[in-house]
Design a protein around this ligand. Structure first.
Ligand code: IYR
Length: 221
C-alpha cells in the first residue's frame, strides 16, 4: 500500500573508468581530513556553513522524519558559557569518571579537560537528535532510527565541511545536557555531538595516528 506520489529517479550512470576515478578522488580528498583542536579565530563564511547544513539535511532518515536540529553558535558569550559548562564535565571525566583504560587510550591524542577551542573557534554547531516531534497543535509525531539518522547526517556534514575547506572537531563532552539549557532546546531533543568548526591555527598540530588497512575491516562474501 502506498499513499505517496512517485516521480522518475534522477540518476546519472557513469562509465566505469569515471567511477573508478571519482571513487579514488573522493577517498584522496577525505583521507586528508583530520580532527583539529587548534583553531584560528578567523570567521567562517555563513553561506558556506548553510550550504554544508543543507548537504547534511539531504541525509536519509527513518521514514524521512529528519529527526535532527542544528544550532550554529557564533556569539562569543554563548561560546564562553558552553566552554565553561563543558570544561566542568570534562574535569569530572578526566579526574573521576574515565576508567584507567579509557585514559590510557586517550593519551596518544593529548586531550585533557581544557577546551579553549570552544571559545577560540569561530563557530560551534550543536547537533540535537529529536526522539519525537511536536506538531503545531502539540500532537506527538514519532521518529524512527534516530541515532542512525542523525549519525548519517552528521557524517554528511563533516564531509561537506572538509570539502568546503573548513576543519572541524567532533567534540562530545559527556553528559552534555547543558546544551539544552544554554541553547534553549526542548527536553525531547538529545544533544548528539558538538562540532567545532573553523580554520586551523597556523601552527596547528595533530597527533600522528594511522587508520586500519582495508583488509582489517572488510570482508567479501
Ligand atoms: N570528551 C572528552 C574525552 C574524549 C573521549 C574520546 I572516545 C575521544 O576520542 C576524545 C576525547 C574530551 O573531549 O576530551
Amino acid at each position: 500500500m502506498t499513499t505517496g506520489s512517485f516521480a522518475p529517479l534522477d540518476f546519472q550512470t557513469l562509465p566505469e573508468a569515471e567511477m573508478q576515478e571519482r571513487a579514488a578522488t573522493f577517498y584522496a580528498q577525505l583521507r586528508r581530513r583530520r580532527s583539529v583542536r587548534d583553531f584560528s579565530s578567523r570567521a567562517v563564511p555563513v553561506g558556506v556553513i548553510e550550504n554544508c547544513l543543507v548537504a547534511a539535511g539531504t541525509a536519509p532518515s527513518g521514514a524521512n522524519k529528519q529527526p535532527w536540529h542544528f544550532v550554529v553558535v557564533t556569539d562569543p558569550t554563548v561560546k564562553q558559557r558552553i566552554r565553561e559548562a563543558a570544561e566542568e564535565e570534562e574535569r569530572a571525566f578526566y579526574s573521576q569518571r574515565a576508567s584507567e583504560e579509557w585514559l590510557h587510550d586517550l593519551a596518544p591524542l593529548g586531550t585533557d579537560a581544557n577546551k579553549p577551542f570552544l571559545e577560540s573557534a569561530p563557530c560551534l554547531i550543536a547537533i540535537f537528535a529529536q526522539s519525537y516531534h511536536l506538531d503545531a497543535t502539540g500532537k506527538k509525531e514519532l521518529h524512527y532510527y534516530v541515532t542512525e539518522s542523525v549519525g548519517i547526517a552528521t557524517g554528511f556534514l563533516i564531509a561537506a565541511l572538509h570539502n568546503a575547506g573548513l576543519a572541524c572537531l567532533t567534540h562530545t563532552p559527556s553528559p552534555m545536557r547543558f546544551l539544552n539549557e544554554i541553547l534553549a532546546r526542548p527536553s525531547y531533543e538529545r544533544p548528539f555531538l558538538l562540532l567545532v568548526v573553523g580554520y586551523p591555527a597556523d601552527n596547528a598540530q595533530v597527533p600522528v595516528i594511522t587508520k586500519k588497512r582495508l583488509a582489517e575491516y572488510i570482508s567479501f562474501v
